[in-house]
Design a protein. Sequence first.
Length: 444
Amino acid sequence: MSRGEELLTRVGRDLHAALPRPLRHPVKALDAKGMELASRDAELRAALFRLVDVTPACRSLDDLARHLAEYLEEVEERPQALQAAMRVAHTAPGRSALGAAAATGVRHMAHRFIVGESPRAALGVLGDLWKQGTACSVDLLGEATVTRDEADRYAARCAEALDVLSAAAGSWPPRPALEADSAGPLPRVNLSVKVSALTPLMRPDAPRVGREDAAGRLRPLLRRARDLGAHLHIDMESLDALETTMELVFELLDESEFSEGPSAGVVLQAYLRDSGQQLDRLLEWASAGTREPPLTVRLVKGAYWDHEVVEARQHGWVPPVFEVKAESDRNFEELTRRLLDARPRVRVAIASHNIRSLAHAIAHNRATGEDDRDLELQVLRGLGDELGVAIAASGLRVRAYCPVGDLVAGMAYLVRRLLENTSNDSFLGEQQRGASIDELLAPP
Ligand SMILES: Cc1cc2nc3c(=O)[nH]c(=O)nc-3n(C[C@H](O)[C@H](O)[C@H](O)COP(=O)(O)OP(=O)(O)OC[C@H]3O[C@@H](n4cnc5c(N)ncnc54)[C@H](O)[C@@H]3O)c2cc1C
C-alpha cells in the first residue's frame, strides 16, 4: 500500500470510528430500514417516488390513499406491511387511515431533509447546529421558475433570508474552527442560490437572454450579501444550465463594485467528463483577477446523473457524464488534488457523504503540509448528519447544506435525495447494506 493510501486509510478509519451509533437514533434507524427495502425492490422504489411526487397535489387523505393503493398494485412482491395496507384501502375509513399514515410518512421523510418552512422557522435548528460545531448553507427550495413573478418572489425570499439569518447569527457563540481560515474570516451566514430559480428564461440555445435576466436579480443579492458580510453560493444544476451559470458568475464578480466582496462560490461536478477543463477555466478566471476574498469552489459528484443519461440517450448522444460510478469517484479524487493544490487562488469545499472521498481530501491536504482549517467538508442535512457530527468531532470544519421551504417546493429536492440514497451504486447504500470499513475505503 502506498504512503498516500496508508494515510487515507488511517484518516478514514478515524472518521468512521467517530460516527455516532445509529442505534442512538431509533427514528433514523427506522428510516434506514425503509430506504434499504426500497433500494432492493425497483417496483417499490418506483411506487415510493410516485407517491412522493403526487402528495402535494392530493386534495385529501382519501385521495392520497387511492394513489398509494394504485401504485402498490404494480409491486409484485409486497412486504407484509404493504399487504396489510392494500387490504385496508378497500374501505372508506381504511383509505382515510392509510392516507393519514402515508401523508405522515412523506412529511416525516421531508422533515429529515428540510430544516424549516421559512428561514425564521429554521433559526432554532441552524443555531443548534452552529453550537454543536457545524456551519450551514441555507438553500431556499424552489427551482426552475416559469414566470417573472416567481423569479421575483424567489429573489425577494433570498434577500429576506440574508437579513433574517444575519440578524440571528450575530448572537451565536464564537466557534473559531468555523469562522476563519488562512485566507481570512469566513462569514457565519451562507446562502446557496439556484440560477434557474432567478430567471424563467434559462435556455441553453439562448444563454445570453437568461444570463441577463438572472443578473438583474442576482446583482442586488450580491450587494446585500456584501453589505451584510454574508457568503453567496451559486449551486450547479443540470448541464443545460452550466454555461449560463458560469458566465453569469464570472461576469458579475468581475464588476468593480464586487471587487472586495461578497465572499462567493460556485460548484464543480466531477461526474461530467469535461469537468477537468471546467476547472482549468475556473482557475484561469481566479488567477486573472485581483478579487478578494478568493472564490470558494464546492466539489460535488453531481446530482442529475439519471437526468443527464436519459436526456442524452433520447437524443442518441454520448452521455456527458461518466457511466461507471468508479470513474466519477476517481475523477473526484483527481479534482480534489488539483483544487487543494490551487490554493490560495481558491477556497476549497469538498461535498460528499462518501468517507473514502472525504478521507482522500483530508489525507492529501495533510500530506502536502497544509493546515486542516484550509479545507472545508460539506454534507447534506438529513443524509450526512452523523458524518457531520464525526467531522466536527475530529476538529475539521464542516458545513451542512440545509434546505428551507414547504413540502410542495421541496418535492424535486426530496426525489433527488431518494434516488441518490436508494441507488445500488451509492456509497450510503453500500454502507446501509453493511459493507466493511475496508470495503468502503478501497480505491475506486
Ligand atoms: C453540501 C452539498 C452540496 C451539494 N450541491 C450540489 C450542487 O450544487 N449541484 C449538484 O449537482 N449536486 C450537489 N450535491 C449532490 C452531489 O452532487 C451528490 O449527488 C451527492 O453528494 C452524492 O455523492 P456522494 O459523493 O455523497 O456519494 P457517492 O455514493 O460516492 O456518489 C454518488 C454519485 O456518484 C455519481 N454516480 C452514480 N452512479 C454513477 C454511474 N453509474 N456512473 C458514474 N457516476 C455515477 C452521481 O454523481 C451520484 O450522485 C451536493 C452535495 C452536498 C453534500
